[in-house]
Design a protein around this ligand. Structure first.
Ligand code: FAD
Length: 405
């Protein structure tokens, strides 16, 4: 499906072609359209599919303010819930952690598919941006040449089409085409494998607690996150590459009861499992995040395992900087934003990667089978509750409150 068709033929040219209509690509597109810059967004899925895809939910306050400043947060501010505390369960006890009391800041909870719905509506229906859904086999060309282009197979005709681009914004997520098109040896990809999997579950059941709950248990980590009054996300640590079919309904709920069990904890509200998939916990960072006229943003440039709920926030941070940098170049001839883009993004990216590693050890150490790691993980947890300095440092990192966006 195509909205706002304005050109035809092989000579199509856009100042910016954005590959991928996720949070990063749609935010870049909206910033460009607000400044009157013409652009084209290419997306492999349908509009209905991207508006229904449940993934993240936790958005940091600086990211919400960044969306608000760009006129992109009206629905979010009306409908998002404020999260002010979380609960850790370990050694059979419950420990409440009130991070808003320590920082004056909170998390916004707004399902990613709602944000994507808002962003696509604003881009295509309000700001008149062009977007082509359902395209296939997207290929960037000539990225290093000063005259890049992007080709794709049109879903209606089956023909390959080519558009010329002043710049290409690679916002096509972890499995997209833009990162894969980078010439070998021109960028460094730093990878980290956590060696664990998480069984990601969506249950048709009301939340079982009034906040996010993290369970550290010798059998493995478990997490509880409300998604709506009717749907709750749960995570269960499992071997990497595990088959979701190894986790029938009864086994899932028995493990969740065991790993999230603690003195005085309310019983879990059980329900049908709507989604069950295994995520292998790993991360990567592409450096630099730009090559020639290609700029990567979001998961295309860096993956942060969902351990610390940072991926969506980093995607928005990149998109703000890339959108503003492109507008500076294209409307004022100011190159400072694009020249500093990669370095400015990577400061926050590496900060969040480090926090994810720190948190991963606290979550998984107890179940590592190594008594030294297990003891150290418990010490790390206890420090949060008996050292005000450790608690303040954790709250700052958890909320992404140290650096500003
Ligand atoms: P994406 O959202 O992946 O968007 C990329 C878009 O590009 C997609 O629409 C895709 O269809 C399209 N595309 C792919 N290939 C091509 C191609 N070749 N051509 C054109 N289009 C293409 N993050 C948080 O901050 N907080 C959380 O609580 C959180 N929870 C998560 C839970 C789960 C289960 C998962 C999987 C992730 C979670 N994340 C979380 C991470 C977050 O969802 C991602 O970091 C975020 O979606 C990245 O946005 P993006 O725009 O970079 O990429």
């Amino acid at each position: 499906m195509t909205t706002a068709p304005r050109r035809s033929g092989a000579e199509q040219r856009f100042p910016v072609v954005v590959v991928g209509a996720g949070p990063a690509g749609l935010t870049v597109g909206n910033i460009l359209r607000a400044a009157g810059v013409d652009c084209l967004v290419l997306e492999t899925e349908t509009r209905e599919s991207i508006e229904r895809r449940p993934r993240a939910g936790v958005i940091e306050e600086w990211a919400v303010r960044g969306l608000e400043r760009r006129g992109l947060a009206r629905n979010l501010l009306e409908r998002a819930q404020a999260h002010t505390e979380c609960e850790f369960r370990f050694a059979g006890e419950r420990y409440r952690f009130e991070y808003t009391g320590l920082t004056g800041r909170h998390h916004f909870f707004y399902p990613q598919q709602f944000l994507v719905t808002d962003l696509v509506r604003e881009y295509a229906d309000v700001r008149g941006g062009e977007i082509r859904f359902g395209v296939r086999d997207v290929r960037p060309h000539g990225l290093d040449s000063g005259r890049p282009s992007v080709s794709y197979v049109c879903p209606d005709s089956g023909e390959r089409r080519t558009v010329q681009a002043g710049f290409v914004a690679g916002c096509d997520g972890a499995r997209g085409a833009t990162r894969a098109a980078l010439p070998p040896g021109r960028v460094r990809v730093a990878r980290h494998d956590y060696g664990v999997g998480w069984l990601a579950l969506l249950a048709e059941a009301p939340p079982s607690a009034d906040c996010v709950v993290f369970g550290m248990h010798p059998r493995g980590f478990a997490g509880h996150m409300a998604r709506s009054p009717e749907v709750t996300r749960y995570y269960l640590q499992c071997p990497p590459g595990d088959d979701p079919e190894n986790w029938p309904h009864e086994r899932v709920w028995a493990e969740l009861r065991e790993r999230l069990g603690a003195a005085g904890a309310p019983p879990l509200q059980e329900g049908r499992l709507l989604e069950k998939r295994v995520l292998d916990m790993h991360g990567y960072v592409v450096e630099p995040m730009a090559l020639g006229r290609l700029f990567l943003a979001g998961d295309a440039a860096h993956l942060t395992a969902p351990i610390a709920a940072k991926g969506l926030n980093l995607a928005l941070h990149d998109a703000f900087l890339l959108g503003d940098g492109l507008v500076g170049h294209l409307t004022r001839g100011d190159d400072t934003g694009l020249a500093g883009y990669s370095a400015a993004c990577l400061t926050r990216v590496w900060d969040y990667q480090e926090f994810s590693q720190w948190l991963a050890e606290m979550y998984h150490g107890t179940a590592s089978g190594d008594p030294h790691r297990a003891g150290a993980a418990l010490a790390r947890l206890r420090r949060l509750f008996d050292s005000p300095a450790a608690a303040a440092a954790f709250a700052e990192q958890y909320l992404g409150a140290r650096t500003t966006g």
